[in-house]
Design a protein. Structure first.
Length: 94
């Protein structure tokens, strides 16, 4: 993986952690990883389609009192705010 990918993952992690700290959560855990997958499809013994995908994903778990919620998904710099907000709302409902 390139240093740019690690830099972006670091930026995303920092943004998610800051949003968690500003939220109403009493505690949280953040797991961040980069997923790199490839798939080759064959039809009639010939390569039919090649697919390559790379994404940055987060698993975020938060709690308020005894209420716990977990969410997971791909996050971008633009969606980090909404990602943390939806987790806080999930915890409140649980």
């Amino acid at each position: 993986m390139s240093s740019e990918e690690f830099d972006l993952l670091d930026q995303l992690t920092d943004k998610v952690i800051k949003k968690v700290q500003q939220s109403k959560l009493e505690g949280a855990s953040v797991f961040a990883y980069i997923s790199d997958t490839a798939l080759t499809r064959f039809a009639n013994n010939v390569i039919h389609q090649q697919v390559h995908s790379k994404s940055m994903n987060f698993i975020l778990r938060g709690y308020i009192g005894k209420k716990i919620a977990r969410t997971a998904g791909a996050v971008t710099l633009d969606t980090a705010d909404q990602y943390v907000h939806s987790l806080v709302e999930m915890v409140k409902r649980s």
